[in-house]
Design a protein around this ligand. Structure first.
Ligand code: SF4
Length: 410
């Protein structure tokens, strides 16, 4: 199965290519939005959406971030804060982006409105308001309660009210009156796409798994940037069809899984391919992750668009208490039959590094599975020591395997 390939990837490249090429049309009005911001509400006003974090990931994956991060230091941004922020602002200052070479674009499209949601971190507030001031663009922030255990009706009402408060600005900038039916329709499309995305990810519960965490970081493009459109929904319908057919035929990315791994935290964008190869060579299937699950929004309900989207965007994993996160992880460990959990300690993102307050130890204690912490970063490869990490990962995988053999014998 060394040549296992997900064929729908071709369609995804086409869709993502069209999404970027569409940015050439300067007649379209663009909203800039955080990756888990109220995209559906913005889309209901007819805005196209650019996600600066998606651009950050592109800078990481193309390994251009390293040249750009020092640029933002000139404005006083520390080089150990969010490397999406520093790479994206650096790209703007240096007027350099892979979008030029790949899509013939000078850079991200000019925004008519900038919207951020601090449900993921406060860094996005600094990042997005910088651009708001620099470009002279109206900027709106949503500030939900943070690190919640279970989201309460009062908290949902608070966030829903903040979503509603965004409407007058959207009406003014777009020149379009708010239409609840359009909002419902966009949320319906988003709901269908996110349900399909979940089904896609959940195919990896099977052995052999037809999609790995590394594949999923690539296939998640449309659910991030095109949720709320027919295109995203149709894409995941196709992808699911292929993966389900592979399941039926018993085809997956590994013929013989020696162990099943959960990846916690951010991807290391510039090292996806080499890490994917490393795990495959060791017959370890990385089948689930916090990151890819972040775009599974179970609570969307078009009948109740404000409250349900406020709930969905507030109960995301990154915005939960330690104990709520541990409950979610325990469930996933069981459902995906996980043998080990790798925590990525992303040096520039404390928000999405869950190893720093003893969680790996608690997971081992409570769930009986060994954990490993890898120090690296989403974009800044200065924080990643490849040789050391490979040795750590291989030793860890061997330990899991011997522990499994011993437990089978006893
Ligand atoms: S969650 Fe982390 S990586 Fe994402 S924007 Fe915030 S600080 Fe950056």
């Amino acid at each position: 199965m060394g040549d296992y390939k997900i064929k729908t990837a071709k369609l995804m490249k086409e869709i993502m290519g069209n999404y970027f090429l569409g940015m050439k049309d300067t007649n379209k009005k663009y909203a800039w939005c955080t990756s888990v911001g109220p995209a559906e509400l913005l889309r209901s006003f007819g805005f196209e959406i650019h996600f600066p974090e998606n651009h950050g990931a592109l800078l990481g994956a193309t390994r251009t971030a390293g040249d750009l991060i020092p640029e933002s230091a000139k404005l006083g941004y520390a080089t150990d804060i969010c490397s999406y922020l520093t790479a994206d602002i650096g790209s703007y200052l240096k007027k350099q982006t892979p979008m030029q070479e790949h899509y013939g674009l000078e850079g991200p499209p000019n925004p008519s409105i900038i919207v951020y949601n601090t449900n993921q971190c406060r860094e996005v507030q600094d990042w997005f308001t910088y651009f708001g001031k620099e470009i002279g663009c109206p900027t709106f922030g949503i500030n939900p309660p943070r690190h919640i255990d279970e989201v309460t009706p009062e908290e949902i009402a608070d966030v829903a009210a903040q979503f509603k408060a965004l409407i007058p600005l959207c009406e003014q900038v777009s020149g379009t009156k708010f239409d609840i039916d359009k909002f419902r329709e966009t949320l319906r499309l988003s709901k269908e796409a996110t349900d399909l995305w979940k089904d896609v990810l959940w195919t990896a519960k099977a052995t052999p798994a037809p999609i790995s965490f590394f594949d999923a970081t690539i296939h998640m493009g449309p659910i991030v940037v095109l949720r709320g459109t027919e295109t995203a929904k149709n894409y995941y319908t196709e992808l699911l069809k292929e993966l389900t057919a592979n399941l039926k035929e018993g085809i997956g990315f590994l013929e013989k899984e020696k162990c099943r791994i959960y990846w916690d935290g951010m991807p290391i964008w510039g090292k996806l391919r080499s890490l994917s190869d490393l795990f495959i060579q060791n017959n370890a299937a990385v089948v689930a992750s916090t990151y890819c699950n972040s775009w599974v929004f179970d609570s969307f309900d078009p009948k109740n668009p404000f409250e349900s989207s406020a709930k969905a965007y507030t109960e995301i994993f990154i915005n939960r208490s330690e104990s709520a996160k541990e409950k979610i992880l325990a469930r996933l460990v069981e459902d995906f039959r996980i043998d080990g959990m790798i925590f990525h300690d992303a040096k520039t993102c404390a928000n999405n590094s869950n190893n720093r307050f003893g969680m790996p130890q608690r997971i081992t204690e409570k769930l009986g599975i060994p954990t490993l912490v890898i120090e690296a970063d989403l974009c800044d490869l200065r924080f990643y020591s490849e040789g050391q990490s490979i040795t750590k990962i291989e030793t860890y995988l061997e330990q899991i395997e011997s522990a499994k053999v011993i437990s089978q014998q006893s």
